[in-house]
Design a protein around this ligand. Structure first.
Ligand code: BGC
Length: 814
């Protein structure tokens, strides 16, 4: 069966009444669109994205592959690898019944404070565009739609629903729109998500940019979806090019439904505009195989083993070896002290809608143990700022199996409406408690489990959530408390860091207590949206001083110390921005003390975004591993031991301190991008400041010489060729980067900017040529008259990072 053509799709639109058409323009629920049997349309299902496919539930039993965070993918500078990840995600999506993945996130790293920094690729628009386009090709060539988000200038979280970003037209085009343009025009994205924020006075769901840029400038024929609850005006959003308001139904969310019908009847919204929106939905349906007479091709899910090896390779290829005085690779070390809070619990994800539930995660500690090393562990410090969900080995189901809990759901009549056997202690039911159980149908729920003490001491036990909770231990009430909504908090922030109540519980070693949490579901002010609750547990631990001393003693008695420091999903998340780039808790002190005790210390930094590393020069090696996905620990062992090369190069500048970084804080609701074009390395160059690690930086396990550069006379017709030689002793991979500059330009420009890159592999002693095609747009700049190429001479410089460009050549244009 061939896909229906445009005429066919238009005829289908013509068969629908206005009521049928308008119904299609708001979601049916949180994650699906309405079906329309009259035109053979089944319900299209969407899901977040981008570090995996969460599916339609927030439930640890509904697992999917957790790929390295987007910043990690960009750090590979490897479009082939990222396309393969997109393909893997398409197979995961199909397995989970998902047609459109709400990804990639291609906002820029304007500032490292941004809460969703981990979810975006890079500070550079060209790298973002090429990595994003590869991800989209991987998904869509397998028949799963991408939804490129968040259009546009949604580069931080503070006041994200209302902030008005003021950005000049040139900066908007050259930086923030640029990745969207490449992904829409060249990778042909099937949908785009309109952001919450406003740009230059217009809320993005109603912004003229949707029509002027997407439709008119880029000839976009795909669907524009609102971010969740971003659509807030009936006529303005309809008359702008917003096509679909999410989530639904219209009786609960969004400004359309009957109000849009009335607006059409009153002549405020023209019916042909409605037809165009429906046509775009049908076009998407045809593409993802949601039309009965043109179903898509089924995909066979990947086997767990295939996923594991793909993700292990991708993680290793993303790790950036920022500093190495020769300690790495370790080869076969003797006793290894594994230290640090992030060694024991794998931090593979940032917080918010990018959360997925992986089938397993491999922590750094597990990875190093499995590699057969003689490992001893102590946490040394804490990276979490709040007590997290109860987990193994303390958490057991009431029947003693574990880890897990039993949940019982009760209707207002007191009747048992359902029960769940869960594998963890964090619960989120968004938009209802599963099929046929809407949010209002459940009045009360109970969580039952056991907590078993490993050692004697004070356990702090409690609950996070909203509304009234009663916590019982062995039948005795621990507390009965109402947790209320913090003022002005963003919904995502509440979901990631809800109010919490804890109480001490003294337990003997081996003692078990039965725990019951009762929750009055409708007492939460957000009950209509969803219910969320976490049973929290902080097991006994030494004082911070004691923990650090234990780490120092262990390091001193070991051959090598691997200190894994970092952040958590509660520190880096959707819904809020960071206000400090320092590592949480006393982790800096921990690294310093361990490095003093053992000069053979490797610091492994497990964070999604840059953190300050004031001790970087005091340790023998610094390895940046991002939120590395479910195979993090295996990949870490591969890289530390030298079985794999650390393949990553920084997709974003790593600052030495917090000076001069753009702010995320609006003033009177306005966030001015006053730095203009000068974000990331462009800003450091302009101010002649040195970061800790420059953009593009990272070393592998071999060395390279940059031998020659050949620039064609006509850049449009042929690529730039850069020849490099492996001067080390092992095979390796080099990311050859090409930057342009324009001495004596008539317009203000960055000192240099990335215009292309290519990765090459070579054996020791071998020379290899990197072939880099410079896109036409790369030398142009935006003016009131559109894109312009300033005639004259540009300089093209090649090297291993923005701070090291040994080769250059001139090219005359115009
Ligand atoms: C986020 C989007 C996400 C959507 C659905 C919003 O809060 O900004 O990125 O796709 O929720 O979860």
């Amino acid at each position: 069966m061939s896909a229906p053509d445009e005429d066919d799709l238009r005829q289908r639109v013509g068969r629908l009444s206005l009521e049928q058409k308008v119904r299609l323009l708001t979601g049916a629920d949180f994650w699906s669109l309405y079906p329309e049997p009259a035109v053979g349309l089944r319900a299209i299902v969407v899901s977040d994205g981008p570090a995996g496919v969460r599916g339609q539930t927030w439930d640890e039993r509904d697992t999917s592959a957790n790929v390295p965070s987007p910043t990690a993918l960009a750090a590979t500078w490897d479009t082939g690898r990222v396309e393969a990840i997109g393909r893997l995600l398409a197979h995961e999506a199909r397995r989970m019944g998902v047609d459109v993945l709400l990804a990639p996130t291609v906002n820029l790293h304007r500032t490292p404070y941004a809460g969703r920094h981990f979810e975006c690729y890079s500070e550079d628009p060209l790298l973002t565009a090429q990595i994003g386009a590869a991800y989209v090709r991987g998904l869509q060539r397998s028949g799963v739609g991408a939804c490129v988000k968040h259009f546009v200038a949604n580069d931080s979280e503070t006041q994200r629903m209302t902030v008005d970003v003021r950005v000049d037209d040139r900066t908007l085009h050259e930086l923030y729109l640029a990745p969207f343009e490449v992904i829409v025009r060249e990778a042909g994205a099937w949908s785009v998500m309109a952001a919450y924020n406003a740009v230059n006075g217009s809320t993005m769901t109603a912004s003229p940019l949707l029509r002027d840029i997407l439709h008119d400038e880029w000839d976009y024929d795909g669907l524009v979806v609102s971010d969740w609850t971003a659509a807030r005006s009936t006529e303005a959003d309809a008359n702008a090019a917003l096509d679909l308001a999410m989530p639904g139904p219209a009786s609960m969310f969004g400004p359309w439904g009957d109000a849009l019908l009335a607006a059409v009847a009153a002549g405020e919204v023209a019916e042909p505009l409605i037809d165009d929106k429906v046509l775009r939905i049908l076009r998407l349906a045809a593409r993802v195989g949601a039309l009965a007479d043109a179903p898509g091709h089924p995909l066979t899910p990947y086997r767990q083993q295939e996923i594991a090896s793909e993700l292990r390779g991708a993680a290793a290829a993303s790790f950036v070896l920022a500093r190495n005085d020769g300690l790495l690779p370790l080869g076969r070390p003797g006793r290894v002290a594994v230290i640090g809070p992030n060694a024991e619990v794998a931090r593979t994800l940032g917080g918010g809608s990018a959360t997925v539930y992986p089938p397993y995660t491999v922590s750094p500690l597990d990875g190093l143990r499995e590699a057969g090393l003689d490992v001893a562990f102590t946490p040394g410090a804490r990276s979490h700022l709040r007590t997290g969900a109860a987990r193994a080995p303390w958490l057991l189901r009431p029947d003693g199996s574990g880890p897990g809990a039993e949940v019982r759901l009760y209707a207002a009549s007191g009747e048992l409406a359902g029960s769940e056997r869960r594998d963890g202690a964090a619960f989120q039911w968004m938009g209802g408690f599963g099929a046929h159980r809407p949010p209002e149908s459940i009045a009360r729920l109970e969580v039952r489990c056991a907590i078993r003490a490993t050692g004697a001491g004070t356990y702090r036990i409690g609950v996070s959530g909203l509304g009234r909770y009663r916590l019982m231990a062995d039948g005795a009430e621990v507390f009965d408390a109402t947790l209320s909504m913090p003022p002005d908090a963003d919904i995502a922030e509440i979901l990631v860091t809800p109010p919490q109540r804890l109480a001490p519980l003294e337990l003997a070693a081996g003692q078990s207590v039965s725990v019951l949490v009762e929750h009055d579901v409708q007492s939460s002010p957000l009950a209509a949206l969803g219910t969320f609750l976490e049973l929290d547990l902080d097991p006994p631990h030494g004082t911070d001083d004691e923990e650090i001393e234990a780490a120092v003693s262990l390091a001193a008695a070991s051959d090598v110390a691997v200190v894994v420091v970092g952040t958590t999903a509660q520190v880096e998340s959707e819904g809020f921005d960071r206000t400090s780039l320092a590592l949480p808790g006393r982790q800096d002190e921990l690294v310093r003390r361990v490095a003093q005790a053992n000069p053979r210390t490797v610091a492994v930094v497990n964070s999604g975004a840059p953190v300050l590393l004031p001790w970087a020069a005091d340790v023998a090696a610094v390895l940046l591993t991002w939120f590395g996905g479910q195979e993090l620990g295996h990949a870490l062992a591969d890289v530390l031991l030298g079985d794999a090369e650390p393949g990553g190069r920084l997709p974003t500048t790593w600052p030495a301190d917090e000076e001069g970084l753009p702010s995320t804080q609006p003033v009177d609701g306005v966030l001015t991008y006053g730095e203009g074009l000068f974000i990331g390395y462009r800003g450091y160059d302009r101010d002649n400041r040195r970061p800790l690690f420059p953009f593009g930086h990272g070393t592998g396990y071999t060395t390279w010489s940059y031998d020659s550069i050949a620039v064609p006379v006509d850049l449009a017709g042929a690529p730039v060729a850069v020849t490099v030689r492996n001067t080390g002793t092992r095979r390796g991979r080099e990311v050859v980067q090409l930057y342009a500059s324009r001495p004596g330009s008539a317009v203000q420009r960055p000192v240099k900017w990335l215009v292309g890159f290519a990765a090459v592999d070579a054996d020791p002693g071998a020379a290899v040529t990197a072939v880099i095609q410079v896109p036409e747009r790369a030398l142009q700049h935006w003016t009131e008259r559109g894109w312009v190429l300033e005639p004259g001479t540009f300089v093209l410089a090649a090297g291993p990072s923005a701070a090291s460009l040994p080769l250059s050549a001139e090219v005359a244009v115009g």
